[in-house]
Design a protein around this ligand. Structure first.
Ligand SMILES: Cc1cc2nc3c(=O)[nH]c(=O)nc-3n(C[C@H](O)[C@H](O)[C@H](O)COP(=O)(O)O)c2cc1C
Length: 254
């Protein structure tokens, strides 16, 4: 490894120190911090420079309350110092195509690009906030009823809420949630056979249980496993109405 490839770097330390923050102090987030984070978000790579996202800052308390209810309820959506809804944005593309005398004609790829771009923007945004000492929590719960989210925010066709983001000064310091070991993610040339995956999962279940025990999780959770949690989460169709709502909002999903 050369000096320019050093594996030790404050940016890497920052990324590896990430944990979601769900309780915040009342301290406001400055407009300068928001601007700096959004600019950092915009610096993320974007497919062919399409920049297929937008970010809606929600400060209307009634809208916050409604979104908090739709997301779960999740009270933090109502009371976090800042809350953003990150959206895939194909509307700007439609307008650009029309301005240039063409017509927007995208299928699933157009929707995927907008979701991928929105996620890349959001993760840069998160890292920038974290670099400023702030805490964040993504809110996928908005997709419980994304149609109502669209209504609350009055979003036009072509703008697809992907998730929300709570931001503020942390009022808690949770332990890091363990990730898979490196060898479960970084494969050399080929995907391993199922027996290897199974052995890795068994080992991860054991270490995840230990994490839950240390975190003081309820006995029921500690006695379970990560695989068990996946079985209950992924064993039933989640948010079955989603495709219909995104289609109604202008997305072509096939
Ligand atoms: C797209 C996405 C949606 C999420 N939605 C929620 C949510 O609705 N509520 C919540 O409390 N946490 C949510 N999270 C946070 C995850 O639960 C958290 O990232 C995960 O458990 C790992 O923990 P860590 O971020 O502390 O490392 C979401 C995370 C992502 C990436």
């Amino acid at each position: 490894m050369t000096s320019t490839e050093s594996a030790e770097h404050p940016a890497i330390d920052l990324m590896r120190a990430h944990r979601s923050i769900r309780t915040f102090t009342d301290e406001p987030v400055s407009p300068e911090a928001i601007e700096a984070a959004v600019r950092a978000g915009q610096a993320a790579a974007t497919s062919s420079s399409v920049q297929a996202y937008c970010c809606i800052r929600v400060s209307n308390p009634a809208h916050r309350d409604k979104l908090a209810e739709l997301a779960g309820p999740q009270e933090k959506v109502a009371i976090a110092p800042e809350f953003f809804v990150i959206c895939g944005d194909a509307r700007r593309h439609r307008i650009a195509c029309e301005m240039a005398g063409g017509a927007y004609d995208q299928k699933l790829e157009g929707f995927m690009i907008s979701v991928i771009d929105a996620a890349l923007f959001a993760q840069n945004l998160v890292l920038a906030f974290e670099a400023m000492g702030l805490g964040t929590c993504y809110i996928g719960g908005l997709r419980n009823d994304v149609g109502r989210v669209i209504e609350v925010l009055g979003l036009p066709s072509g703008v697809y809420p992907v998730f929300g983001l709570c931001v503020g000064t942390p009022a808690e310091s949770p332990t890091l949630r363990p990730r898979f070991p490196l060898e479960s993610v970084l494969f050399d040339g080929a995907y391993p056979d199922d027996s290897t995956i199974e052995a890795q999962l068994k080992a991860y279940d054991t270490s995840y249980r230990e994490y839950l025990r240390q975190r003081g999780a309820p006995e029921q959770a500690v006695n379970g496993s990560w695989s068990g949690a996946m079985a209950s989460k992924l064993g039933r169709v989640a948010r079955p109405a989603l495709a219909g709502v995104y289609r109604a909002q202008g997305a072509v999903l096939d």
